[in-house]
Design a protein around this ligand. Structure first.
Ligand code: ZN
Length: 186
């Protein structure tokens, strides 16, 4: 459910993902992706099987996934798409905002400042959107996800990783959130 105006401190994620995974969870996730069982992962790290299952539940609760297959698929897709997301900036005069890179992205994307984000935003955050025209998904960085959640109308368009171009968002736009099926930018 949306939770407008609720004040959570903005946490920085140094692991390059939008999730706040613990060091143990970050060690487990690549092996989940490899298809190892909890028992096999436990042997590698000298942990019990139930400890690995505990970490897996922690990962799934943050990622909003229901099982290990879904978790692995979502993780891989997000990693593949996210590494190509452009640089972010809070400076409206950043020259990168006007530069288009060969892959179709802008050199930089404007986001709201951490102070503005701290004033509160809609939760849970959504990180993945589907382009209705090509049916493919793009994952965004945490800062852009927070900006959308703070001000859904902040952006007039967004990038489709598959099409390599920007398309309109909003009520008549071309994107829906994977997480809840609503139109991006509304
Ligand atoms: Zn597309």
């Amino acid at each position: 459910m949306s939770d407008h105006g609720n004040c959570h401190p903005s946490r920085r994620h140094s692991n390059g993902t939008p999730y706040n995974l613990s060091p143990a969870e970050m060690k487990v996730i690549p092996l989940i992706v490899e298809g190892l069982t909890s028992r096999q992962i436990g042997r590698i790290f000298n942990y019990s099987e139930s400890t690995i299952k505990f970490h897996l539940r922690g990962i799934m609760s943050q990622m909003g996934t229901r099982n290990r297959t879904e978790t692995a698929v979502k993780w891989v897709r997000e990693q593949e798409n996210r590494v190509k997301m452009g640089r972010i900036t809070v400076n409206r005069d950043d020259p990168g905002l006007k530069i288009t890179l060969p892959g179709g992205q802008q050199s930089a994307y404007l986001v709201l400042s951490p102070d503005e984000i701290k004033k509160g935003f809609q939760r849970p955050l959504r990180f993945n959107y589907q382009h209705l025209r090509c049916k493919r998904y793009t994952s965004m960085s945490k800062e852009i996800a927070e900006t959308y959640a703070r001000d859904p109308k902040f952006y007039g368009s967004t990038f489709c990783y598959t099409c390599g171009a920007h398309f309109p968002v909003g009520e008549s736009g071309e994107f829906i959130w994977e997480e809840d099926g609503t139109k991006v930018g509304t």
